[in-house]
Design a protein around this ligand. Structure first.
Ligand SMILES: [Zn+2]
Length: 255
């Protein structure tokens, strides 16, 4: 195993992230794609920590800067993203630099993302849930599904070799009050406190300007995680779904 230090762009600013390579073939086991920096942490910070604890190589690709926001800026958001990246212990993180608030699944963006899939070669992709009030989130999921298909094309001018990620799973970071029907819920009882720490790195998004009396915004996230945990008999849980059926080779991981 060799370690490469590569330049990542978190929310438009340069930070150093470390990518670990076993060889030249599969660089990442899992790639989480997020419309904005903080969506990956909110939707599946617990799962990311669980994957890392299991020795998997996990990357996050933020599609846009997420800015402007009422209390953020490009510089603040980049610092917060770098801090959350360190808490999660990610192997790789980058920002595709697509337009925030006006994200669209264009052909140009599809090619950009397909090239990332061809180069990083993750086995599994995690995308936002496909129903949302935020147009960037809906566009992100459409873009990811199209780019996954494009990544396998041969005889193109795209960089990298053809590659098809095996699965797309969907995490929930939804701006709608939906009655969710997840396909499975992951037990994140051991990961919750660290997930909370990763979320709290985004002070400009989740702390500044929000109520300080309990339950705070982050407290409400804890309560939500506890509610999902209750449905599977654990302290905290994180819900997921997929458009495709889920396959199991063993029942061992079921709680
Ligand atoms: Zn978002």
């Amino acid at each position: 195993m060799r370690e490469n230090r590569i330049s990542g762009r978190a929310a438009g600013a340069n930070i150093d992230v470390v990518a670990i390579f076993d060889g030249d073939s599969v660089m990442l086991d899992i790639l989480v794609i997020a419309p904005h920096p903080d969506d990956a942490e909110l939707g599946m910070g617990g799962a990311i920590l669980k994957f890392k604890a299991a020795g998997l190589r996990v990357g996050v690709l933020d599609l846009t800067s997420g800015e402007p926001t009422p209390y953020g800026s490009l510089e603040i958001r980049a610092r917060e993203t770098a801090a959350a990246t360190a808490v999660l212990g990610l192997d790789w993180r980058d920002n595709l630099g697509l337009p925030n608030r006006s994200l669209e699944p264009t052909l140009a963006a599809r090619e950009q993302l397909a090239v990332v899939f061809r180069q990083q070669r993750p086995r599994w992709l995690f995308a936002p849930y496909w129903i949302d009030a935020h147009p960037d989130h809906v566009a992100a999921t459409q873009l990811i599904e199209a780019a996954r298909f494009w990544a396998k094309l041969s005889n193109t001018k795209m960089a990298g070799e053809p590659y098809h990620p095996e699965r797309i799973y969907n995490y929930y970071c939804v701006h709608l009050k939906l009655a969710l029907q997840p396909a499975f819920i992951l037990d994140i009882s051991d990961e919750w406190e660290k997930k909370r720490a990763a979320i709290e790195c985004y002070q400009s998004q989740f702390v500044t300007g929000r109520p300080v009396e309990p339950p705070t915004f982050v407290d409400s996230l804890r309560d939500e995680a506890a509610s999902w945990g209750k449905t599977i008999g654990t302290k905290y849980g994180e819900p997921f779904t997929s458009r495709e059926p889920l396959g199991l080779s063993t029942m061992a991981g079921l709680v």
